[in-house]
Write a protein that binds this ligand. Structure first.
Ligand code: ZN
Length: 414
């Protein structure tokens, strides 16, 4: 296929607004296991230059992907099903196409605005399914700088400039103030935003900048020496505004304030939450004091100590450690506390008051053997755990009996 025929065969070059066409099938092939065709001419745009492919149908058969064959540049239409006809009627998905036109033309305008205002040149472009990005060779960029560029880009939109796409010869090319050099060999197509931007590009573009609609920078992130700018144009920007406006109105309604008072309302709520959190903590401490006092009052006297023996299933290990500390802040107390139940892991916390001499570390090791685990600590405070939750009571009994035995031994020594 010679170059001029190749150019003529791509109908979208001359008319990006062409939605339907008829063409002869010149090749049938299989592409990644799916049926595919090459047509004598086509309005379908193949994925290239940062712009995704068109979708649509050929004789009612769905076109699921369109690619450029590397070997000869042929446009391959990948189909959902076999296509019997030799001459086919093609229709492209116009909503998708026009969205791509808005984003791509918007990108040219935005890229040139960055170059003009900040000397930040575009080194990458990705037209995404939801958000598009350009990578700039400058970082970091301030919010003021981004606003300045966004303002300039939208001025170009509002002035409704003509956008012209045409093939140029070498002589004309040399005279144009190109934003970037051409990256293809063969015929060069220039997309010109009248008096503003000249870029080599094979993409589909709006005829006038007004069709792009608003150009909105939604986010910028620094990536080393570059900045990635996320932007939305036209219909996408409208959808984003609609969604965010709904969100703000819903939030404002929940706080019963106007949207301009929302930030203050959120700040007040956070402040309240911090205050409540502090109060809850203080109340928990008080409650723990009462609980410890009640447990000691109901404890059994064993070998000269008040032994509090309890197993909990609904408290964290932290809470239990805390409780053990409270209990043993009083004189003459031993706390044998367990956490967990049958079928789950179990934790043990053993502690004693400073005026007693029992070795909690030794007690804990003996108890942990029962539940198939291990642990350790100091003579006055030890913690451990094991997998056999069903035997937690048995483990506490072992500790209890050891206290009892050591008391008897001491008694017999007297
Ligand atoms: Zn382009």
């Amino acid at each position: 296929m010679n170059e001029e025929i190749a150019v003529a065969a791509r109908l979208y070059y001359a008319d990006a607004y062409l939605r339907a066409f008829d063409a002869r099938v010149i090749e049938r092939l299989t592409w990644d296991g799916r049926p595919a065709v090459v047509l004598e001419r086509t309005a379908f745009y193949p994925t290239s230059g940062g712009q995704p492919n068109d979708t649509g149908s050929l004789d009612g058969v769905q076109v699921v992907d369109v690619v450029e064959r590397e070997a000869d540049g042929a446009v391959v239409h990948i189909l959902a099903d076999e296509l019997p006809g030799d001459t086919v009627h093609g229709e492209i998905n116009w909503v998708r196409r026009f969205d791509h036109m808005q984003q791509h033309t918007g990108q040219h305008i935005l890229s040139q605005a960055f170059t003009i205002a900040l000397e930040a040149d575009t080194v990458g472009f990705h037209l995404g399914g939801e958000v598009s990005t350009i990578d700039l060779n400058r970082a970091p960029l301030s919010e003021d700088q981004l606003n300045q560029v966004e303002g300039l880009a939208n001025e170009v939109v509002f002035s409704n400039k003509l956008v012209d796409a045409r093939f140029v010869d070498r002589r004309e090319l040399e005279k144009l103030p190109l934003r970037k050099p051409p990256q293809v060999t063969g015929p060069i197509r220039i997309v010109e935003v009248a008096g503003f931007d000249w870029s080599p590009c094979g993409g589909t573009h709006c005829q006038r900048t007004g069709e792009v609609g608003i150009i909105k920078v939604v986010r910028a992130e620094r990536r080393g020496a570059e900045t990635r700018v996320h932007f939305l144009c036209g219909e996408r920007a409208l959808a984003d505004y609609r969604r965010k406006n709904r969100l703000v109105l819903d939030l404002a309604a929940r706080f019963s304030v106007g949207d301009w008072e929302l930030a203050d309302a959120v700040e007040r709520l956070s402040e309240e939450a911090r205050t409540y959190h502090k109060q809850v903590r203080a109340l928990q401490e008080q409650l723990l004091d009462y609980e410890a006092a009640a447990l000691i009052a109901g404890a059994e006297k064993l070998a000269g100590a008040w032994v509090v023996r309890r197993t909990y299933t609904d408290r964290s290990v932290d809470e239990i450690r805390h409780l053990a500390q409270r209990l043993t802040a009083e004189p003459g107390v031993i706390a044998l506390l367990g956490q967990g139940s049958a079928g789950e892991k179990v934790q043990l916390v053993f502690a004693r008051s400073a005026d007693l001499t029992y070795d909690m570390n030794a007690l804990l090791r003996a108890a942990c053997q029962v539940i198939g685990g291990s642990g350790g600590g100091r003579p006055n405070f030890a913690q451990g755990g094991g997998p056999d939750g069903a035997r937690v009571e048995e483990a506490l009994t072992v500790a209890w009996e050891q206290i009892s035995e050591s008391a008897n031994q001491r008694g017999s020594e007297l």
